[in-house]
Design a binder for this molecule. Structure first.
Ligand SMILES: Nc1ncnc2c1ncn2[C@@H]1O[C@H](COP(=O)(O)OP(=O)(O)OP(=O)(O)O)[C@@H](O)[C@H]1O
Ligand SMILES: [Mg+2]
Length: 275
């Protein structure tokens, strides 16, 4: 597919595209998996868009296709139908250029490598560095609050610290897009909230476009500009909820009317409609 600029000759259409300013975009995306009994439809007709530097959250019941959607965006799986664009190009190109950082639910660190060598791994595997404008592995380790732990092994770190290493590693090639699959799902509530605030600060300092999968209504409301609420399988976008809270977000904001309103809107979208 050609980028919009080269195929669109209708100026109004170009204007609409630009106005929407979408950096991540899924159009009519479906994903089916072959299984013994036939096929499982994990995602069905997903339309989603997120502007450059935006923060989106995906929320929905277990099995509704959230992880699948991240894998499609990261070019780890092909869609069955529909189109996916990252800055107007297919995910395969973004992946080739290492523009996608992925943080999995389990940190998946190499246990025999130090923190620093885990963070360096993508550079070593790809044979490239983030370049002049990027942060060095050591700077990233500082950014995620692990200065002094660069020589530690993963087994010497807490779960939250390991996830921070995984975030630093996902950022080392200075990706344009950061995909986060329940990165703090295994942590206690207090640690998780602190990590969320740290993640927001990293996001604003790097300018990366972030999409976070979460099971937590509060987390979605705290982090995102836009929350995409998915329905149960097959996953469809049930509702798109904009969170109207100023930046930078703080934990104190969780006690405000605006935060409650966002949480209620999400709760209604998830549980409303008599389901
Ligand atoms: N490789 C696969 N082969 C067959 N079915 C799959 C495969 N990957 C996912 N599925 C199915 O697709 C559906 C969506 O799975 P997915 O992991 O995306 O859900 P999820 O929303 O991330 O769930 P959770 O919140 O529990 O992590 C599930 O029914 C799952 O069984
Ligand atoms: Mg999942």
């Amino acid at each position: 597919m050609s980028p919009d600029t080269s195929v669109v000759d209708d100026p109004t259409e170009t204007a609409v595209e630009m106005e929407q300013d979408s950096y991540l975009r899924l159009r009519g995306v479906s994903k089916e998996f072959p299984v013994a009994a036939g096929t499982v439809t994990a995602l069905d007709g997903i339309d989603l868009s997120l502007p450059k530097g935006g923060f989106g959250a995906l929320i929905g019941p277990s099995g509704c296709g959230k992880s699948t959607m991240l894998r499609l965006l990261a070019d780890l799986l092909p869609p069955t139908s529909g189109t996916i664009e990252i800055n107007g190009r297919p995910p395969s190109e973004a992946r080739k250029e290492r523009q996608i950082g992925f943080v999995f639910q389990d940190p998946t660190l190499l246990p025999w490598r130090s923190v620093l060598d885990n963070v360096r791994l993508p550079e070593q595997v790809s044979g490239r560095t983030a370049g002049f404008s990027g942060l060095t592995p050591m700077e990233l380790i500082e950014l995620v609050g692990l200065a002094g732990f660069e020589d530690a092994r993963p087994s010497q770190l807490s779960g939250g610290m390991r996830q921070r290493v995984a975030i630093a590693r996902a950022l080392v090639l200075q990706p344009e897009v950061l995909l986060l699959d329940e990165p703090f799902g295994a942590l206690d509530e207090i640690t998780r909230q602190r990590m969320n605030i740290e993640l927001l600060s990293i996001w604003s300092q790097t300018g990366v476009t972030a999409l976070l999968v979460t099971h937590s209504i509060g987390e979605a409301a705290l982090m995102a500009d836009t929350v995409f609420v998915l329905s149960a399988r097959p996953g469809r976008i049930a509702e798109v909820v904009d969170v109207d809270l100023p930046r930078p977000r703080t934990l104190e904001m969780m006690n405000t009317e605006a935060f409650n309103a966002a949480e209620n809107a999400l709760r209604r979208a998830l549980f409303g409609g008599g389901e």
